[in-house]
Design a protein around this ligand. Structure first.
Ligand SMILES: C[S@@+](CC[C@H](N)C(=O)[O-])C[C@H]1O[C@@H](n2cnc3c(N)ncnc32)[C@H](O)[C@@H]1O
Length: 280
């Protein structure tokens, strides 16, 4: 045990797992035990509580919304990067190019990054689409980026990153970032303006009506169990435009949520409504 860490009994670990599953749908495996201890010990100490049992009691018996949020923020996994799984952006570029060729200026184009973490995914979408299709400046183009974790959303909204996060990007992809005096880099304003960052729990109610032309939900459902994955993917189908696409993570599949979709590329799905329309 590292200094400052509090011991975690099996029973306490089960209570924590139950809570994060109930609130966020996150199914913590036993392998996450060390992570739970290291991330939550600091919070338990700052609240002057002596044990994880006392902490879960506190969360269950009327802790503030901020305390509940801090618990969730501590247990999410936020790994992400710019141009991750970049075959998705190649596909999106082609799709958006076809839309531009077939629809008038000013047409509505909506993309949702669900589980956006600190922002590289929605920013990649915005940067890549504007670079490939400058005509989008004259379209009604907006990106919604949501996450359950409010701490990552605050970082995402600033769009400021250590320069090391651009490592591995080609000079062409790194060029649009603005170099700030303190050595960090910022996503250009024209891209930041396209994106609305909002807190949203994927297993709770969704206020948006859609339709979305594309939904990215990558490396998020991997933390859910099969029934929750199926439920969330099924709900995406209802918010997607008939010819729109759903992009999921490299190790994910739609499971029981896949009925309304057909696979059109590596981890790329289109609503079956769209394929019927194409065939008609
Ligand atoms: C590993 S990151 C993936 C980021 C990005 N989509 C990517 O592929 O690079 C997973 C994100 O899912 C979010 N998440 C986990 N459970 C969620 C839920 N119930 N509702 C919304 N977001 C959730 C986490 O907070 C985290 O930021």
């Amino acid at each position: 045990m590292e200094q400052g860490e509090i011991s975690l009994s099996e029973r306490e670990f089960s209570r924590i797992k139950e809570r994060v599953y109930k609130v966020a749908g996150i199914a913590l495996s036993d392998a996450k035990r060390t992570l739970v201890v290291s991330r939550l010990s600091k919070i338990v100490r700052s609240l002057d509580l002596g044990s994880f049992d006392a902490y879960v009691d506190y969360l269950e018996r009327g802790a503030s919304a901020e305390d509940g949020q801090e618990f969730i923020n501590a247990l999410t996994t936020n790994l992400t990067r710019f141009y991750r799984e970049d075959h998705h952006f190649d596909h999106l570029r082609g799709y958006v190019g076809n839309l531009i060729a077939s629809k008038p200026r000013g047409t509505r184009l909506r993309i949702w990054s669900a589980g956006c973490s600190t922002g590289p995914e929605p920013y990649t979408i915005g940067m890549d689409m504007l670079a490939a299709h400058p005509e989008l400046k004259r379209w009604d183009f907006k990106i919604l980026a949501t996450d359950i974790d409010t701490a990552v959303l605050a970082k995402a909204a600033r769009g400021v990153y250590p320069e090391s996060e651009l490592a591995g990007l080609s000079p062409e992809r790194a060029r649009p970032f603005q170099r700030l005096a303190d050595g960090t880099v910022q996503v250009p304003a024209a891209v930041r303006e396209l994106i609305a960052f909002k807190p949203l729990n994927l297993i709770a109610d969704w206020p948006m009506k859609g339709p979305f032309d594309a939904i990215f939900c990558r490396n998020v459902a991997i933390y859910f169990d099969k029934p929750t994955q199926g439920m969330v993917f099924g709900r995406f189908g209802k918010l997607l435009a008939p010819e729109g696409f759903l992009y999921i993570g490299h190790s994910e599949n739609l499971g029981s949520g896949g009925d309304g979709f057909r696979l059109v590329g590596k981890t790329i799905y289109q609503s079956r409504l769209g394929s019927k329309r194409e065939a008609a």
